[in-house]
Design a protein. Structure first.
Lengths: 460, 786
């Protein structure tokens, strides 16, 4: 009934498209030599400011309070441009590379030599929803597969007991667009992210039956699984040519394995005090993000390919993401205090375990913030120039690529799009972003749409 | 790439021919085809003749007819999305009449369950959802009338041309009808960028992008749905594979340049049983209490004792303040009493929800049967209040008392234990004023006049649409007029409308272009969709793309014969279903062939239909089948969607499936009535490959993943239904053997074999009947149709 290819694809685990093409067609030409096996995407939801973190502009300090006049019409999301506003934080040089980084992120600053900064990021949308989709999926509209889903589709699973693509949302809620940022879109459902919420009593939906279900016992679980397999085999006897039936029987075996392996992977109680301290899992304000970064490391160790970690929830008041329209000093302080130490811990911890060599870490935000105030103490959206960064497998640490003008307003050197970042990540994973396609409603879709170039300047 | 290379070769070898002779297959005029003569007794319908002649050409023979129990299960799921009942199975299995099967088909098509089943297919195609998607994913409380229109249209067997025309331009082509407006929910079905439309200012680049992408969704949906054409590929450049220019594309955008997506009234209100409380005064609001268990009441005086047929409570919808959102103040526990004594010294309880928390209704009106009481006063007493931050209140938007069809509580005097009187917003008298003043029921649809919200305002005239270089709004080229595709030479692509023509004329012209008898795409498209849902695969396996990147028809003559037959037979869906499901091809067994049979090797994908393809049920059918087995299925039709999630409105709304009560109000209704949230999909449905309302889904996937297995085993709803199923079995039969037998018949439409019965009985004896029922829900046979 099904071809071997369909069978392997339907049964959830196993090989992805690229690996499959190599195996079935013996054609490895479509891939480059992989530098990385795993990806972590840290997503700063709400738009983290470039000119208060990594994009140092002395001009901004000098002209603090002046009229903001970069030339041309300045079109802001919700306000008219106020005066030039210097960062409330001091700047210092860090690492052998001498990178200027603000005191807002002192722990990440210590990792400067591992990081390649992309200062010329631009976005085609100035609105959180579409701009967030762009960084997650490469498209401004909902319904497209996430980068992690493409990775799963391309490379398949590298373990038998855990999902391939995991998302760890902020405990306070979902970023704009919610789970559409980690869906499989038009790819088969098995490529969507598995959502894990380590702060909850049931971190993974339906992993176990609810405790209060009276009729379920350990014995009934075991016997029930056996009886189910027996009955399914009887049913299959007269339908032996339908491999979907076999695949479904196998899916229950995989589910049972997941029940064993997931709780172990999520159990951080056996981590040493030193490690817990490093990530800040036992104290506010780092406990949520820290726990999720630590869980991410454990998942990566156990063969999960792609982990997406969110810093920031929905747009609301009081602020619970990086969207600091009202009071940048207050709200960015809060968000950075949660994120900085755990994110740096993740880099440090991966590095000392030798995993940073083949793990790419991508720090993303959907756009940046204006170098002027929006009248009061906050900064409005800036899609014309912002900073993302990369670290780890195949990345040249200490590099800075692209640049904004003297204001940190507009990308003037090597403008970089989400497509370029996505192309680079796929390249590091050994995938040519132009070859990884899926036909949907008449179009051979790609993660990178019709654009994207590998950012060779930041490759090691 | 291989396919493209072959195409280039083909074009270059035929390069000297006239353009029309190399027109792509789907754009060629429909051919009137003769039914092949086969001389075979196997053939029951013309489609069998087409299929058989192809099978024979390939040296293959069809499969024998499936047994009756298999057929009724196949047919009932196919036409109703539900399993047959035991009585229905026995009746059919033992029906000696020659036309027993045809009678079964007629019975199924006559049932309203048919419309509920086939509406779901259509809603997949048009990506219908009930929140906006994007950031700040607000509810669309008035989307459902379109869903009900689709159900009704299938059940009434609305002719296809009318079905299409109403959805694109019903307001213009069928003025004065409710259906003509409700059907415009089609144009508004897809996602909508709330922030882009409401918060961005006019004149900004991002606003222009937002509007252009909004129209793009309308074009994409319309052209994919009705003519299986990927016109949206020509937004940034001429279509790379099909003969669709960028100008064609922007002509289509201009068709929709006058409309937005918004609530619009579709019917003058008589007694409005489905109104949602969103506008104007808010209603009754109690004083603030310091304890959740303080008791508060509000009552209406009907003037004289009246028949209380139904009492409807409309939740309040707070727009401002610290706790905005639907269902504001709706009591957690309450009861409704009726009395002829203003003090309620002696009273009758009409509804009592004081011992369990009531599922928060959101905006959905809550309906209570009056139990035939006659009374002058109706009182709602809240015994557990709605929580704000550290305090508690009771609020209601509207109270309606229906006696027959009329609201006898309209403008009735209101009294309350206490009340906050806050200008035009809150006040006890507002409890009975809104329904009386309402102007009409609302549907979320294509609209030209609606209440402005922030920077979202109606267009005074159709917005100018320019051809955009590279699709970028900053690079506008020439203005374009509304029109259609130019690749169909028999049809006029220019609409020739007067410059001052009403924008609706553009939509009407497109609707006429699509439904023109000479449009080969439309008729091929729709018969192919219906074929796909019956047989598992379309005659063309890319139902949304009949272009050069799409598939080619496996049986081109049959496709044309069907398209002509459907078009000339008044576009009756029910006739088309009847033709397809009464065919010998449809009645074939799906069993494997003998080991030496040629069919599996010559046609492994069963493209030639040498047997019926086995298929896995869709998420909705699986859930509904559990409810049918457990006996809990609630067949209430229509009305506001049921929310199987917790909802908190906020700057950005929150949706939580954890807080869903699997036995709560509306939890047992058919899945078609589920409120579909775009941003946060229901994990149970998603695990079962439900359509994503953010994208057009002409065909669902079937995946079989470990997470799906976990959902089927452990989801709270499944487990509760297993318990209900067990309780039903215990009530209906007494011994374990009988219970096993009955469970099998209810869930799988057959009796168990001896070996199966032994395994099941052993399990039931050891672990109880509920554990057995959970097991049955997880059987491959429960999810797959032979």
């Amino acid at each position: 009934m099904l071809s071997r290819r369909q069978f392997l694809q339907q049964s959830g685990g196993g090989l992805g498209a690229v690996a499959l093409a190599q195996m079935l067609d013996g054609d490895p030409k479509s891939t480059s030599v992989p530098k990385a096996k795993r990806v972590v995407q840290l997503f700063m939801s709400g738009a983290a400011s470039q000119c208060d973190t990594f994009d140092y502009k002395p001009e901004l300090i000098r002209r603090h309070g002046d009229k903001f006049d970069p030339g041309g019409k300045v079109e802001l999301f919700q306000s008219s441009p106020g005066a030039v506003m210097k960062s409330p934080w001091q700047w210092r040089r860090h690492g052998a590379c001498g990178k200027w980084i603000s005191d807002l992120v002192p722990h990440l600053a210590q990792c400067a030599d591992d990081i390649a900064f992309l200062h010329g990021m631009v976005s085609t949308s100035n609105v959180h929803g579409p701009a967030t989709f762009l960084q997650s999926t490469g498209f401004a509209r909902p319904g497209f597969p996430a980068m992690g889903a493409w990775t799963s589709y391309g490379l398949g699973s590298s373990n038998d007991n855990l999902p391939t693509f995991v998302v760890l949302p902020d405990a306070r809620g979902f970023a704009p667009g919610g789970p559409r940022n980690w869906s499989a879109g038009f790819l088969p459902t098995q490529h969507q992210a598995t959502m894990i919420r380590p702060d909850r009593p049931e971190p993974l939906a339906d992993l176990f039956p609810p405790q209060q279900t009276a009729f379920i016992t350990a014995a009934s679980e075991a016997d029930g699984r056996r009886a189910l397999a027996q009955l399914n085999r009887l049913h299959q006897q007269s339908r032996a040519d339908d491999q979907r039936l076999e695949a479904r029987i196998a899916s229950y075996e995989l589910a049972a394995r997941l029940q064993l392996s997931a709780p172990e992977a999520l159990d951080i109680s056996r981590e040493t005090n030193e490690v817990r301290e490093l990530y800040g899992v036992d104290q506010a304000p780092t406990s949520d993000f820290g726990r999720r970064c630590l869980v991410a490391r454990r998942l990566l160790e156990r063969g999960v390919r792609f982990v997406q970690i969110w810093s920031g929830a929905d747009n609301g008041h009081p602020r619970r993401n990086w969207d600091s329209h009202e009071d940048l000093a207050r709200d960015h302080s809060n968000m950075a205090a949660e994120m900085d130490r755990p994110a740096a811990a993740l880099l440090t911890d991966l590095k000392r375990r030798g995993m940073l060599d083949d793990t790419v870490v991508l720090w993303t935000t959907e756009f940046g913030r204006m170098p002027c105030s929006q009248g009061g103490l906050g900064r409005d959206h800036n899609p014309f120039g912002f900073t993302n960064w990369l670290a780890g497998g195949g990345i040249r640490g200490g590099a800075s690529y692209g640049a904004t003008d003297e204001w940190s307003y507009r990308a003037v050197e090597n403008p970089t799009t989400c497509n370029d970042v996505h192309a680079t990540i796929l390249h590091l994973l050994g995938i040519d972003h132009k070859q990884l396609t899926f036909r949907h409603n008449g179009i051979d879709r790609r993660l990178t749409d019709v654009a994207g170039r590998v950012l060779r300047d930041v490759l090691a | 790439m291989l396919r493209f290379a072959a195409l280039v070769l083909l074009l270059s070898t035929t390069g000297g021919l006239h353009a029309q002779t190399v027109a792509w297959w789907s754009q060629r005029p429909l051919q009137t085809v003769a039914v092949p003569a086969t001389g075979s007794h196997w053939v029951r319908t013309p489609i069998d003749a087409f299929l058989l002649s192809r099978l024979r050409k390939n040296g293959l023979e069809p499969s024998p007819v499936a047994e009756r129990r298999t057929l009724i299960r196949r047919l009932t799921f196919d036409l109703h999305g539900l399993p047959p009942t035991i009585a229905e199975i026995e009746t059919f299995a033992n029906d000696p009449r020659k036309d027993a099967y045809e009678r079964l088909v007629d019975r199924l098509l006559d049932s309203p369950r048919y419309g509920e089943r086939w509406a779901r297919h259509w809603l997949d195609v048009v990506h219908y959802g009930e929140t906006h998607g994007y950031d700040k994913d607000k509810l669309r409380a008035n989307a459902w009338p379109y869903r009900d229109w689709v159900i009704r249209s299938f059940n009434e067997d609305k002719p296809y041309t009318r079905f299409v025309k109403e959805q694109l331009a019903g307001d213009v082509l069928y003025p004065g009808t409710a259906d003509g407006i409700v059907a415009l929910g089609f144009i508004a079905a897809g996602p909508w960028d709330f922030v882009g439309h409401v918060e961005l200012r006019d004149g900004t680049v991002d606003k222009a992008i937002t509007r252009s992408l909004d129209r793009d969704d309308m074009v994409h949906t319309t052209m994919s749905t009705f003519v299986s054409t990927t016109a949206a590929c020509a937004r940034c450049h001429d279509h790379k594979f099909d003969a669709i220019s960028q100008r064609d594309y922007y002509r289509l955008q201009a068709v929709f340049a006058g409309v937005d997506r918004a609530d619009r009234a579709y019917e003058e209100a008589g007694t409005d049983q489905h109104l949602t409380s969103t506008a104007g005064s808010l209603g009754y609001h109690s004083e603030i209490a310091n304890s959740r268990d303080a008791s508060k009441w509000v009552q209406v005086d009907l003037g004289e004792p009246r028949e209380l047929d139904q009492i409807l409570l409309y939740p309040a919808h707070e727009v401002f303040g610290g706790h905005p959102g639907p269902g504001f103040g709706f009591p957690v526990r309450f009861r409704i009493d009726a009395s002829n004594d203003v003090e309620f010294g002696e009273s009758t309880t009409i509804a009592d929800h004081t011992d369990r928390d009531f599922l928060h209704p959101g905006d959905a009106p809550q309906r209570f049967a009056g139990k035939g009481e006659r009374a002058r006063f109706v009182r709602v007493t809240a015994t557990r209040l709605f929580e704000r931050t550290n305090d508690w209140i009771f609020a209601l938007g509207e109270l309606v008392v229906l006696a027959g069809d009329s609201n006898v509580a309209a403008l009735a005097p209101v009294a309350a234990l206490d009340s906050i009187e806050a200008g035009g917003a809150w006040g006890q008298r507002y409890l009975t004023d809104t329904a009386a003043r309402r102007t009409g029921r609302m549907v979320y649809a294509a609209a030209t006049a609606f209440r402005a919200s922030g920077n979202f305002t109606p267009a005074a005239a159709p917005r100018p649409v320019h051809l955009l270089a590279r699709g970028e709004v900053q690079q506008p080229l020439a203005l374009v007029a509304a029109g259609a595709l130019s690749c169909l030479p028999d049809l006029e692509r220019h609409f020739a409308l007067a410059p001052d023509a009403h924008e609706g004329q553009r939509r009407a012209a497109l609707a006429r272009w699509i439904t023109d008898e000479a449009n080969p795409l439309s008729w091929r498209s729709i018969v192919n969709r219906v074929w796909q849902y019956h047989f598992g695969n379309g005659l063309v396996d890319t139902p949304n793309d009949f272009g050069r990147m799409g598939g080619q028809p496996s049986h081109p003559e049959l496709l044309d014969w069907l398209a002509v037959w459907f078009r000339d037979g008044d576009g009756s869906f029910k006739q088309l279903h009847r033709l397809l499901v009464t065919s010998a091809a449809y009645r074939q067994s799906s069993a494997p062939r003998e080991p030496d049979d040629l069919a599996p090797s010559r046609d492994a994908g069963n493209v030639l239909l040498w047997r019926m393809s086995r298929r896995r049920l869709e998420a909705e059918a699986i859930r509904d089948a559990m409810l049918a087995a457990s006996g809990k299925l609630d067949l209430t039709m229509g009305g506001p969607s049921v929310r199987w999630f917790g909802f908190v409105d906020d700057h950005s709304p929150h949706y939580s499936y954890d807080s869903f009560d699997p036995d709560g109000a509306g939890a047992w209704r058919r899945s078609i009535y589920r409120h579909i949230v775009r941003s946060v999909p229901d994990p149970f449905f998603e695990a079962l490959d439900c359509a994503d309302a953010s994208i057009l889904t002409p065909k669902r996937y079937t995946t079989l993943t470990p997470l799906q297995a976990l959902a089927m085993r452990n989801n709270r709803f499944v487990l509760r239904q297993a318990e209900h199923f067990a309780a039903r079995l215990r009530t209906e039969v007494s011994t374990v053997r009988q219970q096993v037998d009955r469970a099998f018949r209810l869930a799988l439409a057959r009796a168990p074999s001896r070996a199966e019965a032994d395994i099941m009985a052993t399990h039931a004896e050891r672990h109880g009947l509920a554990s057995l029922c959970r097991l049955i829900f997880n059987l491959n046979e429960f999810l797959f149709l032979d």
